[in-house]
Design a binder for this molecule. Structure first.
Ligand code: NAG
Ligand code: NAG
Length: 344
């Protein structure tokens, strides 16, 4: 019964967008390593491991306009071939009872099988057919904060959640913290970015304050943007599925009843969930797609198959073991609690 209800909810979720068009597509994994051109530009070996998808211009240093992504990248892991943007999140580790860490593999979403993991990316223009302004060349942003460890902090960002997957199509029961019980089909991290822009700045010191949430209501309810951030931008949304199935045996979980997953930035709570974005669509392709209200498939855009996307690769620049049973998280990242206390 549970399965039927969830599948039904999922098919409704997939059908619903026809009322308000959106782009929904797959981007395979490009590279997994400790690079962070947004927060630590030029540093080879940033503090925590990231998983990056999108164009192959990605590297440690991507200041605009020195590096113009669409003219620098020669391929993308995304199925919309004109999307050379980079999207990234942290990666998830399982902590065994003996204290070692193992990276949790990532898997593709339903319908996008065949990709090397990766993410599902959405751009939703609007829920009430209003016009949106696509991101400009050089635009970048972060949503979420890796230092957060409490629910009150996580609530500052409205829509950074987890779905405990009963099956690959489960889309109900989002939580702000990491699921507390084993999730049969994996854990999906949902990362929705703010939808209002100040109209001027491509970036800001904290990489977040040039964007904002609607002043009242929500993006989904058609809430108006605040006067400080009056320009409506598309809602960017990542779904990232962590394949926790190999770690679901209760005998491998902590004896104190806590859950065993920690983010690569040392967060055992899940409240530090965050995502990074560097816009890199060619020309006005994204604006055209937003204006035409195309839905999921977009004839206005050039597409490539998932297997073509998989051929787009980038060499790892930080050579280290991120996949063994590790004594500590890569980069020596400590795992910390809400008081900043190092747990292990
Ligand atoms: C990043 O790529 C640019 C362009 O190819 C190159 O000039 C620069 O040296 C690279 N930076 C790093 C830190 O790898
Ligand atoms: C720690 O536990 C994991 C999972 O059971 C196991 O694969 C690994 O070999 C263990 N490592 C050590 C050093 O005991």
């Amino acid at each position: 019964m549970q399965l039927t209800v969830n599948s039904l909810a999922a098919s409704l979720a997939l059908l619903a967008p026809s009322a308000h068009a959106l782009l929904r597509f797959s981007c395979s994994q490009l590279v997994v390593e400790r690079l962070d051109p947004l927060v630590f530009p030029g540093v080879t070996g940033s503090p925590h491991v990231h998983q990056i998808i999108g164009g192959n211009a990605f590297n440690a240093s991507m200041e605009y306009p020195r590096l113009d992504i669409p003219s620098e990248a020669t391929c993308t892991t995304c199925t919309f071939a004109e999307d050379l943007s980079n999207y990234w999140t942290a990666v998830l580790y399982f902590r065994a009872r003996n204290g070692t860490f193992k990276r949790v593999p990532q898997m593709a979403n339903s319908g996008f099988e065949g990709a090397k993991g990766g993410m599902t990316v959405y751009y939703t223009p609007s829920y009430n057919n209003g016009k949106v302004t696509a991101f400009k060349p050089g635009f970048r942003m972060i949503v979420g904060d890796p230092t957060y460890r409490t629910e009150a902090q996580a609530k500052k960002f409205r829509q950074l959640t987890y779905t405990c997957l009963e099956n690959i199509l489960t889309r109900t029961g989002e939580t702000l913290d990491m699921p507390k019980k084993p999730c049969k089909a994996g854990i999906m991290a949902n990362i929705r970015f703010p939808t209002c822009w100040d109209g001027k700045n491509l970036d800001s010191a904290d990489h977040s304050s040039h964007v904002a949430y609607p002043a009242s209501g929500t993006f989904e309810s058609g809430g108006a943007c605040p006067s400080t951030h009056p320009v409506k931008i598309p809602q960017l949304f990542y779904e990232v599925i962590w394949d926790t199935r190999a770690f679901n045996n209760p005998n491998d979980w902590p004896t104190d009843g806590s859950q065993p997953f920690v983010w690569s930035f040392g967060d055992p709570t899940g409240y530090g969930n965050h995502g990074d974005y560097m816009f890199g669509w060619k020309g006005d392709a994204l604006q055209k797609a937003m204006d035409s209200n195309c839905n999921i498939n977009c004839p206005q855009l050039k597409t490539q198959s998932i297997s073509q996307g998989n051929q787009c690769t980038k060499q790892v620049t930080v050579n280290e073991d991120i996949d063994g049973w590790l004594k500590e998280l890569p980069g020596g990242m400590p795992v910390t609690d809400a008081n900043g206390k190092v747990l292990y």
